[in-house]
Design a protein around this ligand. Structure first.
Ligand code: LHQ
Length: 263
């Protein structure tokens, strides 16, 4: 029996999603797309999932598109990369950003091409010290995709975005954390422990507030201050009606830890 290209398991409110083609540096083939889409859809739908932790098996996080699939024979018509993005990669990025639950990414090794941008689409990105981020696209005659041209300038500013995209060099995890591309760099051996702890903390938190934080922070770069103030007013109104808000305030008054239920 062939191994599943994506592993999915739920434990203590957290869905662990593992890209699982280690012999191909977890590069994307259609089956991996389909299974990752399924895992994210299940994470969205299941009430017992309140946070997602995404990682890769083996020495890489993800090397982007499997280029073994992309060799064009002489004389053959050119591939429609737009179709591949429109039907496979873009839906994944959208699914991560619109999931109303926090997504932690543990970058356990190299993250290249669409693999790098898949990581950047997650909400909190931790990386082991030996991990690296490579906007490899220009090396094969392409430009960053899967949200790369959107995420890079917003995360690290235009000068660094341009350098990373044009030069397509490897950026180590420590430098990635230093310039604000990711949340934190950890020792390799500590990565999964720290990532699990972050995901577990989020899985026992106020899930609706986390969904609201994602929605409002991701809307922020496009909004005027006025529009953002209105958005905060409207979403906070909704949060004020949640059980978790009641519980948070009660716990504060009673000087105890809150028991959030994600409702
Ligand atoms: C691979 C790959 C790989 C297959 C390493 N595929 N085998 C999607 C479709 C639609 C539109 C266009 O855009 C996209 C999105 C994209 O993602 S395009 C960008 C695709 N990815 C890349 O260009 C990255 C290519 N890989 C690399 O640059 C390096 O391999 C990295 C930086 C990932 C790792 O470098 P090393 O650690 O030095 O490992 P390596 O190069 O020796 O690779 C190990 C093996 O993995 C090797 O196979 P081999 O049989 O020689 O051991 C590689 O051929 C294979 N591999 N990436 N994407």
């Amino acid at each position: 029996m062939t191994q599943a290209s994506v592993l999915f398991e739920v434990q203590d409110g957290c869905a662990l999603v593992t890209l699982n083609r280690p012999e191909k540096l977890n590069s994307f083939i259609p089956d991996m797309h389909a299974r990752l889409r399924e895992a994210l859809a299940a994470s969205a739908a299941r009430e017992d999932v309140r946070a997602v932790l995404l990682t890769g098996a083996g020495r890489a996080f993800c090397a982007g598109q499997d280029l073994g699939e992309r060799v064009v024979a002489p004389g053959a018509p050119p591939p429609d990369l737009g179709q591949s993005l429109g039907t496979l990669y873009n839906p994944l990025v959208r699914a991560l950003r619109t999931l109303e639950k926090p997504v932690v990414c543990a970058v356990n090794g190299v993250a290249a091409g669409a693999g790098a941008n898949l990581a950047l689409a997650c909400d909190i990105v931790l990386a082991g010290r030996s991990a690296r981020f490579v906007q490899a696209f220009a090396k094969i005659g392409l430009m960053p995709d899967s949200g790369g041209t959107y995420f890079l300038p917003r995360l690290v500013g235009m000068a660094r975005a341009m350098g990373l995209a044009l030069l397509a060099d490897s950026l180590g995890a420590e430098d990635a954390a230093r310039i604000g591309l990711i949340w934190r760099c950890t020792d390799d051996a500590a990565l999964m422990g720290e990532a699990r702890a972050v995901a577990a903390a989020l899985a026992s938190g106020p899930t609706k507030a986390y969904g609201a934080i994602k929605e409002s922070l991701y809307a922020s770069p496009h909004n005027t201050l006025d529009a953002q103030l209105n958005l905060e007013r409207d979403i906070q109104r909704e949060l004020g009606r949640t059980e978790d808000y009641r519980e948070g305030v009660a716990a504060f008054k009673e000087k105890r830890a809150p028991a959030f239920r994600g409702r």
